[in-house]
Write a protein that binds this ligand. Structure first.
Ligand SMILES: [Mg+2]
Length: 316
């Protein structure tokens, strides 16, 4: 992958997040947006990105530096308690499981891999939303078991229920297939068998695979919009994002479809933007949106070195 393509993927995710922020938790069809706007629950100026990006940036920075999980948790702590990795020195809207995990590390001194909540009630999209850089990092890793193990560990930092973990597997494997040149439809066709085989020794995870069955059906893209749920539940968010990509012909259209679904708009638009960008590697998100992102210096200071390192690694 080229440096420019990696940057495009990561900036698209931030754009999706920022477009979704003003309408996060809004009811579907109570609004329509197709541009950067201000407002929302957190009353942020246009171009403000949220916790999705603020958890993604530390992961990127940590991968660039070759840091370990404890060092990554420290960066999450710096975000949550010291407002680093934010547009405007303000951490807002952090999901319950992520906040709890950071407190587990920071206050209760858990080891990083045990910080995630293992409860069935902790199955939000809070791990999925930060994992795009990991998919890029693993793009040329040919061993599925190695990819799953890394995905497992990076998910466990905040989410340890097998359903959230399997959601991360599916998302990362979708991105892996796209980054290796396969079409989304063909990745979805092959994935259930691959995961079924690969998870034979992980029965708790295998048992969660059917929760995601719908997304693999060959007519999933034809699902009516009203049947697509856009909540922060990991299954809903992943299905909604894939549905948006299946029903659009460009990154920008996919994002607009996602932000207008309502409810967890920022995360779903960010996931959608990431999947769509991996599918359309020659395309990039609208420059006008990218140029409206707040704190562009901070974004560039983390995204550009990460892209440079990953692009040069891929050539070796
Ligand atoms: Mg958010």
């Amino acid at each position: 992958m080229q440096k420019r393509q990696i940057e495009n993927i990561l900036y698209a995710g931030v754009v999706g997040d920022a477009l979704g922020v003003p309408v996060e938790f809004a009811k579907r069809d109570s609004y329509y947006i197709n541009s950067m706007t201000a407002g929302g629950t957190w009353e942020q100026p246009a171009g403000s990105w949220s916790d999705d990006t603020s958890f993604t940036l530390p992961l990127m920075e940590n991968l660039t530096a070759g840091g370990d999980y404890e060092q990554l948790m420290k960066k999450f702590e710096n975000y949550m308690f010291h407002n680093e990795y934010t547009p405007d020195n303000l951490a807002f809207g952090i999901g319950h499981s992520c906040a709890k995990a950071v407190r587990n590390w920071s206050v209760n001194h858990y080891s990083a891999l045990e910080c995630g909540d293992p409860s069935v009630y902790a199955n939000g999209n809070g791990a999925l939303m930060r994992l795009a850089p990991l998919a890029i990092h693993l793009a040329d890793e040919p061993d599925l078991q190695k990819r799953l193990q890394a995905t497992y560990e990076y998910t466990c930092l905040t989410h340890r229920h097998p359903r959230a973990i399997v959601g991360s597997y599916i998302y990362l494997e979708i991105l892996h297939g796209l980054l290796n040149g396969y079409a989304l439809r063909s990745v979805l066709d092959r994935l259930p068998d691959q995961l079924n085989q690969a998870l034979q020794n992980r029965p708790d995870e295998l048992a969660e695979l059917p929760k995601y069955d719908e997304v693999f059906q060959n007519n999933f893209g034809m699902t009516l919009r009203k049947e697509i749920k856009s909540t922060g539940y990991v299954v809903d968010s992943l299905l909604a994002s894939v549905w948006c990509v299946l029903n659009s012909t460009s990154i920008d259209n996919a994002i607009i479809l996602a932000v207008n679904l309502g409810d967890d708009t920022d995360t779903i638009a960010s996931l959608t933007a990431t999947i769509s960008s991996c599918e359309n590697l020659k395309d990039s998100v609208k420059a006008e949106w990218k140029n409206q992102l707040r704190n562009p210096e901070l974004l560039a200071s983390i995204i550009v070195p990460f892209a440079k390192k990953e692009a040069s690694r891929a050539l070796v």
